[in-house]
Design a binder for this molecule. Structure first.
Ligand SMILES: [Zn+2]
Length: 301
């Protein structure tokens, strides 16, 4: 297999002069790996893969080109060794600067003519620690990684349901994603009672998860209940709940039947009681529908 598909959430993240032999096709990149890649991305990728790093294939939302790797440094090979290796192989017209915003997380900015051409993110930790500490691995679309042995899917540390590689890939093609952790399964009860024992995380941690999902749906993705069915939440445009409820609640037959008959009864925000417009961003868990702006205000206070 010499072509792979990588989901590209945001068209603007890829800068034309940093792509070699890539074709952008409907928000996705098809890379032809049989061609020689002379871009800075190709060079850095081959260095990192050769030292057994995992290339985390989720996308970013900034206007610069960014790469993300998981690695475990040891006493034989530490971050300084990696920096020296990069230095020895880097093209002469490129400079770089490394920083460590927090423990076990490193950033390297690569510049050509004072312009940042690549931001490299390096997490020095196990897959388990990465999955627990960061927001991205709480969503199935980010479970695929690439290392020296090829492509693989991360184990789902967040609940007992595992996800086959083919499933993740098929869902990436169709721009569908879901939350895969059961740590928000009581969010509907919590939002109705504010009983602290129902919620294992802070409001800002919850908002981080929601903000990440919103970036995807704003780029045309649909969030569904694929992995955890009625134990999970979704955020979508209201028009997608109206028109694609069967897709969003595919595995949630009871609720789907109930909702489909009575969706008219659920077309108002639980908090402000206003009717939803098609382009409102709406949060849903079971039969609870809340306009995201209202949810945001509530969680910020
Ligand atoms: Zn509202």
């Amino acid at each position: 297999m010499n072509t792979i598909m990588r989901n590209n959430v945001n068209n603007h993240t890829i800068n034309n002069n940093t792509i070699n032999n890539n074709t952008i096709n409907n928000n996705r990149i098809i890379e032809n790996q049989s061609s020689i890649d002379t871009s800075i991305n190709g060079l850095i990728d081959s260095i990192l893969i050769s030292v057994d790093a995992y290339n985390l294939l989720f996308n970013n939302f900034s206007n610069t080109n960014e790469l993300y790797y998981l690695i475990q440094f040891n006493h034989n090979f530490n971050f300084n060794d990696l920096v020296n290796l990069i230095k020895s192989l880097l093209y002469f017209d490129i400079t770089f600067l490394s920083t460590s915003p927090c423990q076990n997380y490193f950033l390297i900015n690569f510049r050509r003519n004072d312009e940042i051409i690549l931001i490299l993110h390096i997490y020095n930790m196990t897959i388990y620690d990465y999955c627990i500490k960061f927001t991205e691995p709480h969503f199935d679309c980010n479970m695929i990684y690439r290392n020296y042995n090829g492509y693989n899917v991360m184990y789902n540390y967040h609940c007992s349901v595992s996800i086959p590689y083919d499933d993740v890939l098929r869902r990436l093609y169709n721009k569908k994603f879901s939350y895969i952790s059961d740590n928000l399964q009581n969010i509907d009860e919590y939002l109705q009672t504010y009983e602290k024992s129902l919620m294992p995380m802070t409001h800002s941690e919850i908002l981080n998860k929601f903000t990440y999902a919103i970036k995807l749906i704003e780029n045309g993705w649909i969030m569904d209940e694929y992995i955890l069915s009625k134990n999970t939440w979704t955020i979508n445009y209201w028009k997608n709940y109206k028109n694609n409820l069967n897709i969003i609640k595919l595995n949630n037959n009871i609720l789907y039947n109930e909702l489909n008959e009575e969706l008219n009864n659920f077309d108002k925000c639980y908090i402000c009681n206003c009717k939803f417009n098609d382009n409102d961003i709406v949060f849903n868990k079971d039969t609870l529908f809340i306009k995201y702006e209202c949810l945001f205000n509530v969680l910020m206070n």
